[in-house]
Design a protein around this ligand. Structure first.
Ligand SMILES: [Zn+2]
Ligand SMILES: [Zn+2]
Length: 184
């Protein structure tokens, strides 16, 4: 599992490598079920952890391969996903909890980008999961120059012209603006 044992963190940096199936991450499992994403490889995480007092700095990278649907032509394509991340964990201090109550501590920790841990190990799962979700492309493209689908006949324009008279985007926008004005 994706844990760091605090007693392994002495005065030197600790290097760790994980290779996990996407379904150990609850949020990703949900997205896979809803067909929002598909992984074509395990998720590899390499990281370096350094401890300074009650603070543990974790820096590393995530790498995997995904199958995504192109947002323009809707074709499936496989792409490599790689992302760097840095997370800061801080030991939860009992004094703070007494003073502010747990809710407020969570809020102020979030403000500072800190993730609290207690006990003798840090569970990296949530932190890493968040990094993967943030690295997912919002509008995946099979290629930067993807021509998309014909708005008239639905043909994939990457496979050649379909022969429909294409309306340039600019005049479509102008038409939309006219409709809005007329409705006012
Ligand atoms: Zn495409
Ligand atoms: Zn067409």
């Amino acid at each position: 599992m994706m844990h760091i044992q605090i007693d392994q963190l002495k005065d030197k940096a600790l290097w760790l490598e994980f290779e996990e199936r996407p379904d150990i991450f609850p949020v990703l499992t949900n997205m896979i079920k809803k067909n929002e994403c598909e992984f074509a490889a395990p998720i590899k995480t390499r990281l370096r952890a350094i401890r300074v007092g009650d603070i543990v700095e974790v820096e590393g990278n995530i790498e995997t391969s995904m199958r995504l649907a192109c947002s323009r032509c809707l074709n499936d394509f496989e792409t490599r996903l790689a992302s760097r991340f840095a997370l800061t964990y801080s030991r939860e201090s009992p004094a703070d909890t007494e003073e502010f109550g747990e809710k407020e501590i969570e809020l102020s920790a979030n403000d500072m980008g800190l993730i609290y841990f207690s006990g003798e190990e840090i569970n990296l799962l949530d932190g890493i999961q968040e990094q993967i979700v943030m690295a997912l492309p919002l509008q995946p493209l099979c290629q930067e120059s993807c021509k998309g689908l014909c708005s008239i006949c639905g043909a994939n324009l990457n496979e050649g012209s379909c022969g429909c008279a294409q309306t340039p985007l600019r005049s479509k926008l102008a038409a939309l603006q006219n409709i809005k004005l007329e409705n006012k």
